[in-house]
Design a binder for this molecule. Structure first.
Ligand code: G3I
Length: 385
């Protein structure tokens, strides 16, 4: 009788332990031990606490960034008009769930309402007026969330891929020092917030070298800049891992952290030869350009899985230099790549399918972040194409 009792206890202990083991580990519990792991969230996710997407974000990530609701176009669509409700809800959502909350983005050539740059007659304002407006805009937005936002993307996409300054209205009207002014104003509004520069195609040498020069210049002037965001809208063959690797080292050498700030993988065919993430590019839908509308075969999925592993291996190797890796969507269903550069396609852009189930590669990534690095050295050499 006693024997039966002991063995049933043993059995229940084993089953309990096995049950615990069966609980899938999350990115936050594993990858998140090396650097912050986050995702961009949209208003629908924030506003629907019962949705699978909402629960998935809270479960998998320890950092969130506003995909759209903190862009100037939405916060201030007309002079003197402010729409705070979505941004307020986003910040409260992150806080409620104990996540790091990131603000995106203060100064950008895109998604800023026209009123910012023109006077009542529609004429471009002077440098002085635009500096005043920039100061007031940053003070109002950063000041509103003072102490609640861990870090801000202060300036977004200010360089072309050849390393020259993008001729945005900010650049044209104010001149080269607009970046410096933006960082100054953001720091003034919340001295404790981290401040970032963010851009795409950051593995292109001419571009990251120009950004590194800008960062060094800001630091020489005593301005606060904590990290550079490499957006990382990646593809299956782009960027070249060796360039990506060198870019991380070059940025870190300027004395700031690296953030992989908008990570996704575009596996859909290109309608044309293009790269980067310029949101104004659009092309016609054709079924041939949407090959995974009804699902994906195992071989293609494995190929994509290998690419994800190559990136995550690189991040693991650079973990000391990387502060955060953020996906630019909670799951495939939420990715901007479903609608860019062709509306209505079926993107496979993240590590989570359309029902927020982890793809099989997630287990491999988790193993990689729990295991010893020496096991992966060989993989790195062979994947460094
Ligand atoms: O919310 C409005 C809605 O009110 C309006 O009726 C509707 C009609 O067009 O548009 C809705 O806004 C859309 C918005 O996403 C929210 O869904 C915009 O049209 C659309 O252009 C916008 O796209 C966003 C894009 O930035 C431009 O702001 C994408 O979701 C967002 O993922 C993308 O994110 C950018 C980063 O901020 C910077 N780096 C590149 C990255 C990808 O383009």
């Amino acid at each position: 009788m006693k024997k039966v009792h002991v063995s049933s206890i043993l059995l229940s202990v084993i089953l309990t332990l096995w049950g615990c083991n069966m609980q899938a580990q999350t990115l936050s519990e594993t990858v998140g031990q090396h650097f912050r792991i986050g995702c961009a969230v949209n208003n629908t996710i924030v506003q629907n606490p019962q949705s699978a997407a909402h629960k998935h974000v809270c479960n998998q990530f320890n950092s969130v960034v506003a995909e759209n609701c903190m862009k100037a176009q939405f916060l201030s669509p007309a002079e003197g008009v402010w729409n705070w409700s979505e941004a307020d809800a986003f910040v409260a959502f992150g806080e409620r769930n104990g996540m790091q909350v990131i603000g995106h983005c203060l100064i950008w050539h895109s998604q800023t309402a026209d009123w910012m740059f023109v006077d009542q007659d529609g004429k471009e304002v002077s440098r002085e007026i635009l500096i005043q407006r920039m100061h007031w805009y940053i003070r109002t937005v950063v000041g509103r969330y003072k102490g609640r936002i861990a870090g801000w993307d202060v300036c977004n996409e200010c360089f072309e891929d050849d390393g020259t300054r993008r001729q945005s209205p900010w650049q044209r009207i104010i001149g080269d020092d607009y970046i410096e002014l933006a960082f100054r104003f953001a720091h003034e509004a919340d001295p404790d917030a981290e401040l970032y520069y963010n851009d795409y195609s950051m593995s292109v040498p001419a571009k990251y070298e120009a950004v590194c020069r800008m960062v060094s210049d800001l630091k020489k002037k005593g301005l606060r800049i904590d990290a550079v965001g490499m957006q990382s809208h990646n593809g299956l063959t782009w960027p070249k891992l060796s360039n990506y690797d060198r870019a991380i080292d070059a940025i870190a050498a300027t004395g700031v952290k690296v953030i992989i700030s908008e990570l996704d993988l575009n596996v859909l065919p290109n309608p044309d030869t293009f790269s980067g993430a310029e949101v104004t590019q659009f092309y016609e839908y054709t079924p041939e350009l949407d090959p995974y509308a009804k699902g994906m075969d195992r071989t293609t999925e494995d190929l994509i899985g290998e690419r994800w592993q190559a990136f995550f291996l690189l991040y693991r190797q650079h973990a000391e230099q990387i502060a955060r890796v953020t996906f630019w969507a909670a799951g495939d269903a939420d990715s901007w790549l479903n609608d860019w550069p062709i509306p209505g396609r079926h993107a496979y852009a993240t590590l989570f399918d359309r029902d927020y189930n982890p793809k099989s590669v997630v287990k491999e990534i988790i193993k990689m972040y729990e295991g010893q690095m020496y096991r992966y050295r060989y993989v790195r050499r062979t994947k460094d194409k």
